[in-house]
Design a protein around this ligand. Sequence first.
Ligand SMILES: [Zn+2]
Length: 104
Amino acid sequence: MNSDMPLSIKLKKRASLLELSWSEGDVDQISEQNLRRYCACSGCRAKKQVGVELMTDNASVTDMVLMGTTGVQIKFSDGHDRGIYPWGYLRAIAKGEGEVFLND
Ligand SMILES: [Zn+2]
């Protein structure tokens, strides 16, 4: 799996977007709501499996913590902080393929 780190990772609060720039030159943007929706921690995955919608309407990112070179932990305004997002997963979410990535 391609685990290359992004060149930069920027939270654009005004636009409610996370922007990732990659070494290939492309840029991905993911809304804060989508980040919350695609949280892949065991608790959120279990909820999605039984069809429970995650609260995403007011979800904003309050903090990000780099997890070495593998990805980033994202904390949300609803108090949820268990989501860890590997770089490949963020790319998949940006392409609308978050579900595919999880089911791989
Ligand atoms: Zn979660």
